[in-house]
Design a protein around this ligand. Structure first.
Ligand SMILES: Nc1ncnc2c1ncn2[C@@H]1O[C@H](COP(=O)(O)OP(=O)(O)OP(=O)(O)O)[C@@H](O)[C@H]1O
Ligand SMILES: [Mg+2]
Length: 491
């Protein structure tokens, strides 16, 4: 159901359209003249505006309504109704941002279809805005982990160029985070509201890649049944990410060079260029300089792309970052059976440090993901790691199993409520008795008891998926007491 504002000076027409749209389940605000429309736009915040172009045969009031509507945030979609033969005003309406126009006389089916398309469009735009917000959060630089010197060098470079239109060439082995960096560059630039379009240059044969990138005119080749815009057009106002650029065929390299130099795209089979405003990011795991020497990559294109090179280190070169990466990958995960956050044993962490990581961060992420699925406790042990890694695990000194036993006690049905207190990742405080961590330093008995209780309540809430009624029952206290304890009012 949508809110639709309808303006037309023909009373019967307004009555019929209102009825049709109400029958479709929409809320309709009908108007037969310009009076009050501007106020209603602000007061009603419609999703869709359908307006006639001429409301009194003299002045195209409709254009003013379009302008007022498009100035709202968020702007409603607008459908313009035009009389026969007013093509120029229809063009003007489209220029002002109308989604579509209907020429009078129209069939009611045509109207319904047009409304349906317009509302679908609104939904897609709303979803995209929401999605972009989420993506922006996901691709903040803080989500790219690395304290080691080579990663700090990467961050310095990336922060300097994020909000510019510089072409950036991202170099690094497979799985080192090239695409992650490209997305972070886009979502932290002034183009963040525009599209981010990744294309893998090695995934398509030459002719398909060409029409995919630059578009084509109808009939340009067999199978080109319609005019089609290329990805450079789609990325207008945003960023295109040319992944595996080293595999780009020679002819396309020349075309790309022209786009970079002239900012103009010619569709296949079209001589008229279109101006596009696109930032180009490229990545490769190949040695581009060598490809240039071997005559496989155009030298001029190489220099044009290599304005700002970002070299991503392999994980092998920054093993100190492994614990941070592991914490990052475990951050939002809980052990499915106990509902508890994961810890990792020292032996498992040491094992990760001994591996050479040919698949880099992606391989580490997968190993952790696998371990969280396999682990029968909220503790990742060496035995939960892939067999190739386990083979290199350091000698078992029994510590790992001791830690597991401490954790295992309360995971099943427990008779010892204070035993299950979540401790920070890695080396938690030492224990008084299995599973009861001691605080750092000395605190009053009252504070100790309160902290233990709070931790246990949290654990029970996690196992009931935050269902407080169920948690109160399990804890054998009233719901009101539980609420007061959560609020920290009683001890
Ligand atoms: N520094 C990092 N911090 C956090 N996650 C990372 C980091 N680097 C890579 N990742 C994660 O590792 C995975 C692989 O990264 P990405 O796809 O960007 O690598 P790539 O270099 O493009 O690999 P390929 O060459 O195989 O395409 C992704 O899930 C990404 O989120
Ligand atoms: Mg990639």
């Amino acid at each position: 159901m949508a809110k639709i504002l309808l303006v037309d000076d023909e009373l019967t027409m307004v009555q019929i359209v209102t009825e049709v749209l109400r029958n479709e389940g929409h809320e309709v605000f009908p108007f037969t003249n310009f009076n009050g429309v501007a106020d209603a736009l602000v007061a009603r915040q419609p999703d869709l505006v359908i307006t006639d172009l001429y409301l009194d045969k003299t002045k195209p009031h409709g254009l003013e309504i379009v302008q007022k509507a498009r100035a709202l945030t968020p702007p409603p979609v607008v459908i313009m109704i035009t009389g026969f033969g007013t093509v120029e005003s229809a063009v003007e309406a489209m220029r002002l941002g109308c989604f579509d126009y209907l020429e009078k006389p129209f069939k009611l089916e045509e109207l319904k279809l047009c409304v349906h398309r317009a509302l679908n469009h609104t939904q897609v735009v709303a979803e995209n805005t929401q999605l972009r917000k989420e993506l922006k959060k996901k691709y903040q630089f803080t989500q790219i982990i690395g304290a080691s010197e080579p990663m700090q060098a990467v961050f310095r470079m990336v922060e300097r160029v994020a909000d510019t239109d510089s072409t950036v060439l991202i170099l690094g082995q497979s799985g080192t985070g090239k695409e992650l960096i490209a997305r972070a560059l886009h979502y932290n630039s002034r183009r963040a509201q525009g599209a981010f379009i990744p294309i893998n240059c090695s995934a398509l044969p030459e002719n398909l890649l060409e029409s995919e990138l630059f578009g084509h005119r109808k009939g340009a080749f067999t199978g080109a049944v319609n005019d089609k815009n290329g990805l450079f057009h789609d990325a207008d106002g945003g960023t295109i990410f040319l992944d595996e650029i080293g595999t780009m065929p020679a002819q396309l390299q020349s075309r790309l060079l022209r786009v970079l130099q002239e900012k103009e795209v010619r569709r296949v089979g079209d001589n008229t260029p279109t101006y596009v405003n696109v930032r180009v990011l490229a990545a490769t795991n190949e040695h581009l300089e060598q490809l240039v020497k071997d005559g496989k990559f155009r030298e001029d294109l190489y220099y044009r792309l290599n304005v700002v090179p970002v070299n991503l280190p392999s994980l092998r070169e920054r093993k100190d970052d492994i614990p941070m990466l592991v914490t990052h990958f475990l951050k939002d995960k809980v052990h499915s059976r106990s509902g508890q956050p994961f810890r990792i044993s020292q032996r498992a962490m040491d094992t990760l440090g001994l591996h050479e990581w040919p698949g880099n961060v992606r391989e580490l992420e997968n190993a952790i993901e696998r371990a969280t699925v396999l682990a029968d406790l909220p503790l990742i042990r060496a035995r939960d790691l892939p067999p190739a890694l386990l083979a290199k695990a350091p000698k078992d000194d029994g510590q790992e199993e001791k830690q597991a036993a401490e954790i295992a006690a309360p995971v099943g049905p427990s008779t010892h409520p204070t035993a299950n207190v979540s401790a920070p990742l890695a080396n938690g405080p030492t224990s008084l008795k299995a599973g009861v961590p001691l605080p750092q330093g000395v605190v009053s008995l009252k504070k100790f008891a309160r902290d233990q209780e709070a931790a246990y309540i949290n654990h029970v809430l996690a196992t009931t998926h935050q269902n407080k009624e169920e948690a109160a029952k399990l804890l054998d206290i009233s719901l009101a007491t539980l609420y007061r304890k959560i609020a920290g009012e009683i001890d």
